[in-house]
Design a binder for this molecule. Structure first.
Ligand code: NDP
Length: 473
């Protein structure tokens, strides 16, 4: 069994204590990971602080080159990293609509290169006989990244490449459920950077909490649940850390009566079930006009009945739910839906045998007050709700403490766009959902968090503004 090591100040570091990492398809231990102590965290933060001035002062083009080199190096290890993702995360290599481990690797490499190509040019506010006023973007210092278990490597790259690109140094903590791919990627990344620029420590949520309140850290970028995001915000107040919080979503989609059901059903299915539903911006509440409700329910149930759930190393569409607490949550939410009298069109019960397998479950005629509608299930289960009045559908869609994404589906693009712009969320899609790309900002409103990732707007979050005013009189 492999034993993994952390990386602190360019060196591989072990620990006295270890924790096991499981394959969620078999529930067997596949590796042991070091449990970082507070001493390891201090050492990682110190190393990042020491490395910061030289990294900050390196030329912009040299930093861009390093981030491109990281993209190329990860690409050359894509097969190995994708295999690790299958083992620890559970997702299939290819998977439904090609959205499995290879997709995550493709995104990882693409985001490295796109981030390397971003720039933060100086903004000239005034340049006349009186004064020249320039706005500069300065790196913050040490950025800590705390990542979840749904896209372990892709989210690590989303957090850390803009941090490096803009001149910050990094300490990353992956989820205790999925640390392996990030540890291996960190080894590859570390070979391309000066010691201390990229550090990785592993442990459980208490290590994340210690990072949150660590005085040597200047910013936390976090993706995960809203309750943990709130704790991070409290912990970060000690030294006024900057925060980017990308928290849970409970995205609504509104399907208008003029859709071509046969055309939209596969797309709706794919964007709801992406990564087995374990995606922050997956479509999670489907509001369908009564004129097409039965037809769309039938179409979705037909697709669900045709897909295969099983171990990710086989020819399957979907793998297991990633971990036991999440699996228990999905089972409880499904049982609650059933007990409420909702119509279970497919699935509904966990699959037998070892592994956290839950089949794709489509639920119709469900009450708005059930857990499945009110909470983010973060698993392969989709509620389909009926409406007759569009304004009522919009009200119900917006009646959520979350506000990550939302969508409208219709043949009338103008009407759909008008309606989509009234959704209370950070990204609104028309005839699509959960589509992200490295040059368009992505982030939540309400309790889905604040700050954005990606593109110039995302890069700016890793900097502070310095206004430079040169008097000419
Ligand atoms: P968490 O938010 O608890 O975990 C995300 C990351 O935060 C992990 O690295 C975790 O460490 C770390 N962490 C845990 N506690 C703290 C803390 N007090 N301070 C700092 N960091 C901490 O998510 P869960 O794994 O518990 O999942 C619960 C729910 O969160 C899911 O059901 C889903 O609804 C939502 N979720 C949303 C995600 C998204 O993409 N927005 C991703 C994952 C989950 P460790 O894992 O080592 O405990």
């Amino acid at each position: 069994m492999s034993e993994y090591q952390m990386i602190i100040n360019g060196e591989k570091v072990s620990a006295d204590e270890h924790f096991p990492v499981l394959n969620p398809a078999t529930e067997t231990v596949i590796a042991q990971c070091p449990q970082a102590t507070s001493g390891h965290l201090d050492a990682a933060v110190d190393a990042a602080r020491q490395a910061f001035p030289a990294w900050r002062d390196m030329s912009d083009s040299a930093r861009a080159e390093r981030v491109h080199a990281i993209g190329a190096a990860l690409a050359s290890h894509a097969d190995e990293l994708a295999q690790l993702l299958v083992q620890e995360q559970g997702k299939p290599m290819g998977g439904f609509a090609g959205l499995g481990a290879q997709f995550e690797m493709g995104g990882t490499v693409a985001w490295c290169h796109a981030t390397a190509d971003l720039t933060l040019p100086v903004d000239i506010i005034q340049d006349n006989d009186e004064a020249r006023i320039e706005v500069h973007r300065k790196p913050l210092g040490v950025v800590a990244s705390i990542t979840p278990w749904n896209y372990p490597l892709l989210i690590a790259i989303w957090h850390t490449m803009p941090a490096l690109r803009s001149g910050n140094t990094v300490v990353i903590k992956p989820s205790e459920f999925t640390p392996l791919t990030t540890l291996r990627a960190a080894e590859i990344i570390n070979e391309l950077l000066p010691p201390g620029v990229f550090n990785i420590v592993t442990g459980d949520g208490s290590l994340g909490a210690a990072m949150t309140s660590h005085p040597g850290i200047d910013k936390i970028v976090f993706t995960g649940s809203t309750p943990t995001g709130k704790k991070i915000m409290q912990g970060a107040s000690g030294n006024l850390k900057r925060l980017t919080l990308e928290l849970g979503g409970n995205d609504a989609a509104i399907v208008l009566p003029d859709v071509d059901v046969a055309a939209v059903a596969p797309k709706i299915f794919a964007t709801a079930l992406i990564n087995n539903g374990q995606t922050c911006a997956a479509l999670k509440r489907l509001y369908v006009h009564e004129a097409v409700y039965d037809e769309l329910c039938q179409a979705l149930a037909g697709i669900a009945a045709s897909v295969k759930t099983g171990p990710g190393d086989g020819e399957v569409d979907f793998g297991p739910v990633q971990n036991k607490p999440q699996f228990d949550k999905v089972c409880a939410i499904a049982a609650d839906a059933k007990a409420s009298g909702a119509r279970i069109l497919t699935g509904g019960e966990p699959l037998p045998g070892p592994g956290y397998f839950f089949p794709v479950t489509i639920v119709a005629d469900i009450d708005e007050g059930t857990r499945l509608v009110r909470e983010e299930p973060f698993g392969p289960i989709l509620p389909v709700l009926k409406f007759s009045d569009v304004e009522d559908a919009l009200r119900r869609a917006n009646d959520s403490t979350n506000g990550l994404g939302g969508s409208v589906w219709s043949s009338d693009i103008e009407a759909a766009t008008r309606l989509a712009s009234r959704l209370e969320c950070g990204t609104a899609w028309v005839n699509n959902h959960a589509m992200i790309q490295p040059d368009a900002p992505f982030g939540g409103v309400k309790e889905s968090g604040f700050g954005v990732e990606f593109g110039r707007y995302g890069l700016e979050e890793y900097t502070s503004i310095q206004t430079l005013q040169v008097s000419k009189v």
